[in-house]
Design a protein around this ligand. Structure first.
Ligand code: SAH
Length: 195
């Protein structure tokens, strides 16, 4: 494992992210939105997450900036990063498939929105956000730079903490007791182990 291979593994994650999302974005555009939360936080945190997960690392890989923050690459980091990247892609792909027409980039409820409680959603309420955390971890492990490496995790943290509460409020307003019952038996991003 070399820094160049680690960089390629990171880039494959970015390309796969766009490719997996594309059909869902297209479909979502055609479905009527009945409830949306597009507040200021949503408008700020989404671009911030995108900067941390794609712009900062892309600039780093293309230009080497910021070189002063480079540190020595260790092969084990590349291997661990590859495992995290694979886990990210598997969860990202599966959660899109299982959410199907209920998926959206921003917080939205669509016409005939169904509360998904099966597949990954049987164990966790936010498997796609679990995948984002893994993606941030993969970036940290794959890019040996004190700024470009953790930038993804910072972006994910901002997005996750700014959004997850309002997303659950929106789901509660839409699905009422059914969501409360669902929330009581699931974890947010990791499965509940103790009852
Ligand atoms: N937070 C989820 C989904 C992210 S996509 C995850 O991490 O997997 C965001 C959209 O998914 C929101 O607009 C919301 O309408 C929808 N959503 C979230 N949880 C859902 C569920 N259990 N069933 C159906 N739609 C859901």
């Amino acid at each position: 494992m070399t820094p160049a291979i680690a960089a390629i593994i990171w880039a494959i994650g970015l390309v796969a992210w766009v490719a997996i999302r594309l059909p869902y974005r297209r479909r979502a555009r055609r479905l009527r939105v009945v409830r949306a939360r597009r507040d200021l936080t949503e408008r700020i945190v989404l671009p911030l997450a995108g900067i941390g997960l794609s712009v900062v690392p892309t600039v780093y890989l293309l230009t080497g900036f910021p070189a002063f923050a480079d540190y020595r690459f260790q092969p084990w980091m590349g291997w661990a990063g590859a495992v995290a990247q694979l886990a990210f892609l598997a969860l990202f792909y599966a959660s899109h498939r299982q959410l199907g027409r209920n998926w959206s980039v921003t917080l939205e409820i669509r016409d005939e929105h169904r509360l998904v409680t099966d597949g990954l959603y049987r164990y966790v309420r936010h498997p796609m956000y679990s995948s984002f955390w893994l993606w941030g971890l993969a970036q940290l492990l794959l890019l040996p730079n004190w700024l470009a490496g953790p930038a993804g995790l910072v972006g994910v943290a901002v997005l996750y903490f700014a959004r997850v509460g309002s997303e659950e409020t929106m789901m509660r307003q839409t699905f009422g007791d059914a969501y409360d019952a669902y929330a009581s038996r699931t974890g947010r991003i990791v499965p509940r182990i103790f009852g």
